[in-house]
Design a protein around this ligand. Structure first.
Ligand code: CP
Ligand code: NVA
Length: 313
């Protein structure tokens, strides 16, 4: 594995499968691999799940955590990103960073001598996508087939904005060999560079990445239906105009009729109930959103474990 997890591109399919395996092996264990070590959380945006799960994961590995809130260090304003990275590298053992510009987390990784994990940037949310695919494995992979799970039988249909979460899901689907369809309004699809990176990889693994503007077509025979907010953090001023454009892609009971009867419904949370997803579906029998939230803890514990081993435990 590389020193950093900035993008899903930093992992190959085998490394993703290994993280799923490690997460199952250590999920209920209190370890001391991180004893005497410190993880720092550098966050430019708010968070519930990511902050708590990274903290609990590092505590379960025996380490300590420092949280730096958006206003604490003035990343790139009070002090340059390279200087912050070089200073932190002298005191702590790993950085998890939640940033606006993706370049900020890229720069932190290149100037830090310690592992840097992307805890969400404007372009990607790799830990989220890994937790989401782990959740699919937990629900659709029997114990016996878990390690050699055939991702080629999975169709993941994503609805709404081609955002950071969508990008990381596409790259993960491509690496694992799964089929992903993105249904959203024209002009709000995933960025070209991510479509290219995912389709190039898909050509090697047997995965497929399809983009459509027809919600029913996207939902047809889906094993997993996924959605995220229509306006991400930093896009709040666009929320009103997006609401009407995205309305045909709402995940609701009607849309679920097109999918497989036991379809899993995923959402990274936080959800805007009544916008991208209705409450009856979010709280309904197909929803696995809290399993995803729980799996953030288990997958990040595995990522930290793997990176600590790499850097000498
Ligand atoms: N899903 C997720 O990353 O949640 P938070 O923004 O609360 O961390
Ligand atoms: N796309 C959302 C994900 C939040 C976890 C955002 O960036 O705000």
């Amino acid at each position: 594995m590389k020193k950093d997890l900035v993008s899903i591109v930093d992992l190959n399919g085998e490394e993703i499968r290994e993280l799923f395996k490690i997460s199952a092996e250590i999920k209920d264990k209190q370890l001391d691999l991180a004893k005497g070590k410190t993880l720092v959380l550098v966050f430019e945006k708010p968070s519930l799940r990511t902050r708590v799960t990274f903290s609990v994961a590092f505590f379960q590995l025996g380490g300590n955590v420092i949280y730096l809130a958006p206003t604490d260090i003035g990343l790139g304003k009070r002090e340059s990103v390279p200087d912050v990275a070089r200073n932190l590298s002298r005191w702590v053992d790993a950085i998890a960073a939640r940033t606006f510009a993706h370049k900020t987390v890229v720069d932190l990784a290149s100037y830090a001598s310690i592992p840097v994990i992307n805890a969400l940037s404007d372009a990607e949310h790799p830990c989220q996508a890994l937790a989401d695919f782990l959740t699919i494995l937990d629900h659709l992979g029997s114990q016996s087939e878990r390690e050699a799970f055939d991702w080629g039988k999975i169709k993941l249909s994503y609805f709404g904005d081609g955002n950071n979460v969508c990008h990381s899901l596409m790259l993960t689907a491509a690496r694992l060999g799964a089929h992903m369809v993105i249904g959203g309004p024209q002009g709000y699809g995933p960025k070209e560079e991510f479509i290219k990176a995912a389709t190039d990889e898909a050509a090697k693994t047997g995965a497929s990445i399809t983009i459509t503007h027809d919600a029913h077509e996207a939902a047809a025979d889906a094993d997993v239906i996924y959605t995220d907010v229509w306006a991400s953090m930093g896009q709040e001023q666009e929320a009103a105009e997006r609401r009407s454009l995205f309305a045909p892609f709402q995940v609701n009971a009607e849309l679920l009729k097109y999918a497989k009867p036991n379809v899993l419904v995923e959402h990274c949370l936080p959800a805007h109930r009544g916008e991208e997803i209705t409450s009856d579906v979010l709280d309904g029998p197909n929803s696995v959103v809290l399993d995803e939230a729980e799996n953030r803890l288990h997958i990040q514990k595995a990522i930290l474990y793997r990176l600590l081993l790499l850097t000498g435990g």
